[in-house]
Design a protein. Sequence first.
Length: 89
Amino acid sequence: MVLEGYAKMVGVRSGTKDNRKWCSVVLDAVDDPIERVEYFVPNELIDKVEKLSPGDVRVVVRVYPMRDRAFGSRLVDINIPDKNSGNFT
């Protein structure tokens, strides 16, 4: 299942391990900064994420079932929302 929504990007962590670049992004819920999640950033999105400044973003996340009724998720896309469209909250 693919979910889309808005979040507040609060930071990015990145580095290199075994000669491979890695990155993760930290997101807060727009209306509650206590609701925080950190997503590993896939290789194809690292450059895009590192160019973003902290603030409001639109995210696309894939949610998938795991074992024992648990669910996992991964970042699919992240963008700065168009504040001129009627869709930004």
